[in-house]
Design a protein around this ligand. Sequence first.
Ligand SMILES: [Zn+2]
Length: 193
Amino acid sequence: MSILRKGRYVTGIESREMLGMMEQLRYNGLDHLPATRTRRISHMRVKLQLVLCSDAGQEETVTEVITLNKNNQCIEHLGLTLAEAKQLLSTLQRHLLQHQVDTFLDSRFTCPDCGALLKVKAHTSRSFRTLFGTCTLDSPRLEHCDCTRRKTVSFRPLSALLTESVAPELLYMEAKWSSLVSYGRSLEALKEG
Ligand SMILES: [Zn+2]
């Protein structure tokens, strides 16, 4: 699986028409006309999409990650704010994790010995803390197939992937920060950052 992030921005609903018009004006050598500037819309909608691709590069799913409404009338409007960056990263993290977990679980729903579909015994969930937010993920309990003798009746396949409830990188950052400041304050700083 490879993942691409695609950024597309749309300056208002007339953007396509405006682009067409600009091209036409350029073709006619008239793109310097002030009339083309007055049609620019000060408000900008930025849509970010997560495009998941197969190894062959074929687009499989396109998910809207976030839509930002941006102005451009003063210096404070420029670029991303901290709040937008945090929202963007946490939303992206949630979609990415969910897709990775779903892909992992898909391959665990069949018996490795005979290929039979396994029954869901219970629906449970797991929480996973990462640098970009805590995600709650579905973790079904499946019944083992009775074609082979096993030690347990059921199992949760996600436990093989989520061996910890905290991402290694977050653990590392927490340890690093706690060596510099008190533990409580480093946790606070990580949350704020
Ligand atoms: Zn089986």
